[in-house]
Design a protein around this ligand. Structure first.
Ligand SMILES: NC(=O)c1ccc[n+]([C@@H]2O[C@H](COP(=O)([O-])OP(=O)(O)OC[C@H]3O[C@@H](n4cnc5c(N)ncnc54)[C@H](OP(=O)(O)O)[C@@H]3O)[C@@H](O)[C@H]2O)c1
Length: 316
């Protein structure tokens, strides 16, 4: 699967590359029964999408009152997780974290045998692998997933979910999973969806940290965040356009640059920390970056571009 080929039009197969697919490009609709465990903000959006797509949906939530809106739309409430699981061959879990998933799985015994579990709870690659092994012990097929959307985006054109694990089960249920949005196959290693998910979210949190710090800085001189948003978005967008170039440097190990060296960034960065201090805002989110730049200089990478820092992170 090449990075430019939507995974929806190619065979699902292990690949280091992922590429979001559009919901419209997926397989024909399915009306197979589905059970959804966990009706928080995201689980409710997922269950609602399945109901709207015409699936018989059984729902369970630890706090039963939260099943109300789904039942009003035609879903069937289950009194226990085991009741929910026995209602459908496909079971979607969306709980707060994987410790909760373990707790719920522990109550299920062999009811999961022969069923497919799709765990869309945020977690780590190691957790996904461990849950896949636990599911296999119970005779269940396991697919891990990473949701690349907020609840309001589910079933919309920009939502997609990363999947990894049991490829046969993924193929069998892909048409149903398409109710959530695009389906993107990350590979047969159950940890790969979480790895890609956390990678994408890492980029997002880096952006969030920068945007929040920028707003905090300009607000110290009574500049409205709203007035600073547009130049900030334009600037970040322009800088982000350089990411493929960084990626080439990181993949090739060739970090020499004619754009912006580590030396020049390391010389400038104390100004940021000093300005935060002078303006009365915390530099705690950015101080570690100064340390990394200092280490890069100490280790002889003055002439390299910032892409070199990704390799230094690997050394930690
Ligand atoms: N919201 C998003 O934008 C978003 C986006 C992508 C991925 N996700 C992921 O989706 C998952 C759910 O997020 P959310 O936004 O739906 O969170 P949420 O609104 O806080 O819902 C959490 C759900 O987990 C259940 N839960 C918590 N502890 C439990 C336990 N010990 N046993 C059984 N159930 C338990 C809650 O049940 P109660 O109702 O009984 O408390 C509720 O159904 C998370 O892993 C999150 O990272 C969320």
């Amino acid at each position: 699967m090449s990075p430019s080929t939507p995974s929806s039009t190619s065979s699902p197969s292990p690949s280091p590359a992922i590429s979001p697919s559009s919901p419209s490009a997926t397989a024909p609709p399915s009306t197979a029964p589905v059970s959804v465990l966990g009706l928080g903000m995201m689980g409710t959006a997922l269950a609602t999408a399945l109901v709207r797509a015409g699936h018989p949906v059984t729902v369970w939530n630890r706090t039963p009152a939260r099943t109300g809106p789904l039942v009003a739309q035609g879903a069937t409430p289950a009194g226990t997780p085991a009741d929910a699981v026995t209602a459908s061959p496909l079971v979607v879990l969306c709980l707060l974290d994987n410790a909760n998933v373990h707790e719920v799985l522990d109550t299920l015994g062999d009811t999961v045998s022969g069923r497919t579990l799709v765990n869309l709870t945020n977690g780590t690659p190691a957790q996904a692998r461990e849950l896949a092994a636990r599911a296999a012990e119970r005779g269940a097929r396991y697919i891990d997933g990473g949701i690349m959307a907020v609840p309001q985006m589910i079933a919309g054109p920009h939502a997609y979910v990363l999947y990894s694990g049991d490829e046969e089960a993924y193929r069998a249920h892909r048409a149903t999973l398409a109710a959530f949005g695009g389906t993107t196959w990350a590979g047969t290693d159950p940890g790969l969806a979480a790895l890609h998910d956390l990678g994408l979210l890492t980029g997002m949190y880096g952006m969030v940290i920068g945007v929040l710090q920028a707003f905090a800085l300009v607000r110290t001189e009574n500049i409205r965040a709203a007035d600073f948003a547009e130049p900030l978005v334009t600037w970040i967008g322009a800088m982000l356009a350089g990411a493929p170039e960084w990626a080439r440097a990181i993949d090739s190990g060739e970090h020499l640059t004619d754009v912006s060296s580590i030396a020049v960034n390391q010389a400038a960065f104390p100004n940021f920390l000093a300005a935060y201090r002078d303006q009365g805002i915390s530099g705690e989110l950015f101080a570690p970056f100064q340390k990394l730049l200092d280490r890069a200089m100490a280790e002889g990478h003055a002439e390299d571009g910032l892409s070199r820092l990704a390799e230094l992170l690997r050394d930690e």
